[in-house]
Every structure is written in structure tokens, then in C-alpha cells.
Design a protein around this ligand. Sequence first.
Ligand SMILES: NC(=O)c1ccc[n+]([C@@H]2O[C@H](COP(=O)([O-])OP(=O)(O)OC[C@H]3O[C@@H](n4cnc5c(N)ncnc54)[C@H](OP(=O)(O)O)[C@@H]3O)[C@@H](O)[C@H]2O)c1
Length: 310
Amino acid sequence: MRALLVDHSAPSGLRLGETTDPEPAHNQALIRVTATSLNFGEVSHAVSQAPDGTVLGWDAVGVVERAAADGSGPAAGTPVLTLGESGGWAELRAVDTQLLGSAPADTDPGALSTLPVTGTSALRALRRIGSLTGKRVLITGSTGGVGRYAVQLAHLGGAHVIASTGAPDAHGDSLRALGADEVIPGPEHTGALVDAVVDCVGGPQLVQAFEKLAPHGTLVAVGDVTLQPVQFPPGAFLGDGGRHGRSIVTFHLQDGPLPGPDLTWLADRIASADLTPQISWRGSWNQVDEAITALMGRRLHGKAVLDITP
Ligand SMILES: NC(=O)c1ccc[n+]([C@@H]2O[C@H](COP(=O)([O-])OP(=O)(O)OC[C@H]3O[C@@H](n4cnc5c(N)ncnc54)[C@H](OP(=O)(O)O)[C@@H]3O)[C@@H](O)[C@H]2O)c1
């Protein structure tokens, strides 16, 4: 099969090449992949750390080519979404059937391919906050893949959504269209305190966002795109002035139940147009260098989708 192989001599660290087909385990279905999307973490870290020839890729959407030998999971021919730690950037992917979600019929595979990492992360980070109804929720890095789904899902959940972006003039309209009630240039601009934060940026923005938490508020630390130190000022954790009970929780996408039901639920929301995929770059996987340059140059502000073309 063809796949995007790690190749540290290539400009993006990836090249399209031939490799051996995956051999599914008993509990794995073999998927013929039609679309994948790129995520900040795999492009910025995983590619540089993997040996040449590795097939990476977390998100992949396609059709079951061969059902799992143990009888679990969908039958051949079923459209599915998949989430895994590797193997998504390939024509064929072997996936545990418990990691599959059902793809609604007649839904664009490229749109669905934006969901596995970013949609599931946004959903699970917001769940960590609890009920959203009427809460003031700040989302940092709101123009990114996770951020744009977090804005939409928090709005659907009834929150007052405050979207933080480094470029509010450029992205204000699109974020408001997704359900943001306010668009601000950084966490220090929230005005009144917030009940919860989904932080997709880390570094100084995490510190500023924590400063804006109301008593008993929760900051969910999802991302760290800046890789800058997190330095709290003296007294940041004192509960004086009524500002007690605030917490920061670390987050990991795979902490929790297996993602199949969440993938299916999110895919249904795309099919019903309650969520929009926010694709900001789309092309054939043989244009992967272009997509990665845009992603790492901070020019995407949404998802890059690669179609697995012949
Ligand atoms: N813990 C987990 O399980 C988990 C799961 C998924 C993702 N993540 C992490 O969450 C973070 C966000 O992921 P993503 O896919 O949404 O990334 P993304 O699409 O690249 O978006 C990141 C956003 O952060 C903002 N930003 C602010 N400072 C930045 C900087 N110095 N460099 C780049 N962007 C900067 C940008 O918005 P503006 O330019 O508008 O400010 C950008 O849109 C990443 O760190 C990722 O690894 C973690």
C-alpha cells in the first residue's frame, strides 16, 4: 500500500511511498482510508521523534475493507471514523473495533476526518467542566482545531462562550458564527471572571486564564502550543478575596471510555449541521508539504484535510 512515511530528509519530514499492508489482529477491522486530517501534536512532535519509514497519523475515515475476525465491529462496506496512535496516513489501516465510530451515510469523509482528535478532545474537555448551561466559558487557542470545536460544543451546551485568539479582527466573525458570544485578544481581556477555561495554548496564557477563574472554577489544560514556561506569580494559589476552590486539571484525550460512541455522536452532529468541520486547507495527500508548512506557520486556523487520492 501507499502511505505517508516518516522521512527526515523530506521538507515536511514525510513522503508518499510504498510500505507493507497492515496485518489486522483478531479484534481489528481493516479500513480502506479515504481522508485524514493533521493535528498539531503529531506534526510538531511525533514526526520528528519517529524513525524513518514509520506510518503515523491519528485521524482516518474510510470504509471497512475486511471485518474483524472475532466478529466484533461493523461489516465490510460500512463507512467508519477511526482514532489511533499511528497508521492513519495510509491507504489501509488496521483498527481495534472499539476505536471505531459509525459514519453517517452520504457525509463528506473529509469533514468527518476532522473529528477524531480535535472533536473528541473538545467534547471530553468540556465534559470535565460539568453542566455548561449559563456558565461563562473561556476557550484559548479558539481558532485552532480543538478550539473551534470547543466553541461550537460549548455554545450547543448553553454556555456563554468567550473565544480568545491572537487575531480577533481576522477571526472574530468566523468565531461568532460558531457561537462565540465574545471574541477577545487574550485571556486577560475577559472582563468579569469566568467559570471555566478550556486552554489550548499553555504557557503565559494558561497563567493569565487561571487569574480569571471565579471561585470553584476549573481550567482544563488541553494544549501547549507555545512550549513556553508556565510561571505563576507569588500568591497565585492563595484562596483569599473569596477566590478559593479554583483548580487546574490536566487532560488527555485517551483518559476515559473508549472513543467509539463519542465519534459516532460527533459524526451525527456533522451530518445534521449542528457542527461544522472548519476545514481551512484541503488537498491531496501528495500535497502534504504544503499543508504542514501552513500548519506550522500558524496560518491554518482550522483543520487541514488530506484526501487519500489514487
Ligand atoms: N491533551 C490532549 O489529549 C490533547 C488532545 C488534542 C490536542 N492537544 C493539544 O492542544 C493544542 C491545540 O491543538 P490544535 O489541534 O487545536 O492546534 P492548532 O489547530 O494548531 O491550534 C492552536 C491555536 O493556538 C493559538 N496559538 C497561540 N499561540 C500560538 C503559538 N505560539 N503557536 C501556534 N499556535 C498558537 C492559535 O490561535 P491564534 O493564532 O488565533 O491565537 C492556533 O489556532 C496542541 O498543543 C495539541 O497538541 C492535546
